[in-house]
Design a protein around this ligand. Sequence first.
Ligand SMILES: [Ca+2]
Length: 242
Amino acid sequence: MNPKSRRFRTPVMRVLMVAGMMGISAVAEEITFNFDGDDALARWEIQGDAAIGDAQARAGKALRVGPGARATIRFRDSDGAGEVKIWVYDDGTAPSNPKESRATAHWGVINAEGRILAVGPFCAKYLGGDKSYATGEYTPSKRENPVWKVQWLGVDRAAQWREWTFRFDPEAGLTILVDGKNVNATHKRFDWDKSRVGGFVGVVIAGDKKDNESQTIWVDDVSVTLGEAMKVQPEAATKPAE
Ligand SMILES: [Ca+2]
C-alpha cells in the first residue's frame, strides 16, 4: 500500500466506526478475486485439481476447476444477506447420456451448516443438462447429491463467459441472475421457498463428476458483498429437514 492510500483509508475507517457506534449499518465492502496474483488462492480452500491458469480467462488468469475438484471460501460464521457474482466459462461439454443423473460442475453459495445452493448443467431424466442450466442443492457432509433437489432455470448453455449473480436481499430473499437478467424475468423458474439456504457465509465452485466424459470449468472475477442478517427465510427452511 502506498502512503497516499493509507492516508485516505484512515478517515474512511473512522467514519465507519462512528456509523457503527451510532447503530447505522456501514456501507458494505466488496471483496473481489481476479485470480491474477501469486497469492490469488491464499484465502481459498482447494480440494483436488483446481488451480490458477491462463488457458482461459476473462482477463489475466483464471481459476481452473477440474473434475472432482472443489474451491471453497468462507467470509463469516453466520448466514447473512449480500451478493455473490461469479464469472464462469463453461465450454458446453456434455456426457453422452444427459438423461442419466449426474452431479456436473456447479458454482454458488454455501451456508453456515455447509449446505450448498449452486447453478450447473445438472443432468437428470427430467432436465436437459446438455443444453441448459438448473440449480441444485445439497449438504455434502450428509452425502447428498445436488441433482436430488434441482430447479430447471430455462437458461441455455453457451461456450462463453457469463456472469452469475446470487443476490440475497434481507427483505426480498434470493434472486438469481445471469448476465444481469433475473432468471425469473419471463417465467418463474427458481422458487426460493423450496430452498433451505436462507443466507450465505461463502462461495463454492465444484468440478464435474470425475470420469471419461468430464469437463473442466473456468472461473474469473468473483465479487462478494456481505450484507446484514436476513429478515425473511424461504418456506422450506422453516420446516424440519427431510
Ligand atoms: Ca483474471
